[in-house]
Ligand binder design. Structure first.
Ligand code: ARG
Length: 464
């Protein structure tokens, strides 16, 4: 009497050892895919009937069995414990238990390898939808803050050194652009993976007359994965998705880093409300930007998920290999981490105030308008390299005398270049510096207003 514990055990004389089963079972993790698995099975079984591989009565029995298993899982009546191997086996086994041997007809023309790829694609479709919604939410918060701080002047930095005065709105809108590209990236990745792998029948296709295109249509895919080997053996769709998550996390992390700095006493440019900060267990005066720090820290998890997946896949010959079972953990982790981080970040940003006075006070005491002086001299006909060097000398002298650029007299400035006239004082003012910018995409009021109008229109018309 052959051992019948597993649905595949026909050729085995001995049962799988409990140790090996425990080690290889993935149900603890892939049980989260039960909805996708049942949805896929229902579409498959309807197609089997339409193609006359099973009878309409058999299809109805299988379908209602699957629907009641869905209920059982949802109400916790069906236990999905480690002895079940994986979610696909657990559902099929339960189906046969419930409706008898006819349940065994469900698996015609497909394999678990197909099911894994299908369930993952269905799951990722939902994740793309959700993450894009959260990105739009964050973009809306950024737009709101940019509108409120349209003309708040701040020092712009390169190398973490004061560079030029800019508007805070320009700074915030830079992040909006990044998150919009993330939004596009998720959509772009979906457009490539929204194809049906089911019906690859493990690797070579099947001799049964199945209709894969019909299943694709039923499940909302834009067609089928054409090659049966490719359908079951690649995980590039998942790697691409996790890359998109990683890029989003990298953007969030940079922004988080900036908020951490700006909230420090040294900068004091921003303040996060108490509700989104934490205290120290020992130092009573502390107010820590933990949410921003955690977002920055959690980016490491998602980058790790990406490395995990790339490493799993890099040495695998075609087609399916069991190594690929390890792809679920990084998949779920990157979705839930990115989701949580986007969510908390939007809320934290709503509860962040920027200090207009602090920014402007800093700007009136620095050399951030030096480039404006160099460009002023260019307008007076001096070659840029020369004007750069003249301005450098002005700055060196200002540092020596410990005064900001605007405090030189005209006579003192003319000592550096005869081309300097009374009108120079206009451009040494940080506000005028910003107003004088003329190039497309610059921090000039005109260009920033243009961006705000653009994003208001884009985000208003976007349902999600
Ligand atoms: N649990 C496996 C996974 O997630 C699916 C089973 C693949 N098929 C097999 N014959 N082992 O990848």
């Amino acid at each position: 009497m052959p051992h019948r514990r597993h649905l595949w055990s026909g050729r085995f004389k001995e049962p799988l050892s409990e140790l090996a089963l425990k080690f290889s079972s993935s149900i603890d993790i892939d049980k989260a895919l039960y909805r996708e698995d049942i949805e896929g099975s229902i579409a498959h079984v309807e197609m089997l009937a339409a193609c006359r591989i099973i009878t309409p009565q058999e299809m109805r029995r299988i379908r209602s069995g699957l629907n009641s298993i869905l209920q059982e899982i949802e109400t916790g009546k069906l236990s999905l414990s480690w002895d079940k191997e994986d979610i696909h086996m657990a559902i099929e086994k339960r189906l046969i238990e419930k409706i008898g041997q006819v349940g065994g007809k469900l698996h015609s023309g497909r394999s678990r390898n197909d099911q894994v790829a299908l369930d993952e694609r269905l799951y990722l479709r939902g994740a793309v939808f959700e993450l894009r919604k959260l990105l739009v939410q964050l973009e809306r918060v950024l737009l709101y803050k940019a509108e409120r701080h349209f003309d708040t002047l701040i020092p712009g930095y390169t190398h973490m050194q004061r560079a030029q005065p800019i508007y805070l709105s320009q700074h915030l809108l830079a992040y909006l652009e990044m998150f919009e590209r993330d939004y596009d990236r998720f959509g772009d990745c979906l457009s490539r993976f929204n194809k049906l792998p089911l019906g690859a029948a493990a690797l070579a296709g099947t001799s049964l007359p199945i209709d894969r295109a019909a299943v694709a249509k039923k499940l909302g895919f834009d067609g089928i994965v054409t090659n049966s080997m490719d359908a079951v053996s690649d995980r590039d769709y998942l790697i691409e998705f996790v890359s998109a998550c990683s890029i989003t996390m990298m953007h969030l992390s940079r922004f988080a880093e900036e908020l951490v700095l700006w909230c420090s006493q040294e900068f004091s440019f921003a303040r996060i409300d108490d509700a989104y900060t934490t205290g120290s267990s020992i130092m009573p005066q502390k107010k820590n930007p933990d949410m921003a720090e955690l977002v920055r820290g959690k980016s490491g998890r998602v980058f790790g998920d990406l490395m995990n997946l790339l490493t799993i896949m890099k040495g695998l010959p075609l087609a399916y290999n069991r190594d690929m079972q390890e792809d679920k953990m990084p998949m779920f982790d990157s979705v839930s981490t990115t989701r949580q981080c986007l969510f908390i970040f939007s809320h934290m940003l709503v509860h962040t105030t920027f200090s207009r006075e602090r920014f402007e006070k800093e700007l009136n005491n620095d050399f951030t308008t030096a480039t404006d002086l160099a460009e002023y001299l260019v307008r007076k006909g001096i070659p840029f390299r020369e004007s750069h060097s003249i301005t450098g000398k002005v700055v060196a002298s200002a540092i020596e005398q410990q005064i900001p650029l605007g405090q030189f007299t005209l006579k003192e400035l003319q000592h550096f270049s005869k081309a300097i006239g009374e009108d120079v004082f206009e451009i040494l003012d940080p506000r005028r510096s910003v107003e004088h910018k003329a190039s497309a995409g610059s921090t000039s009021p005109h260009e920033v207003k243009k961006q705000i109008v653009h994003w208001s229109r884009v985000l208003k018309n976007r349902i999600r």
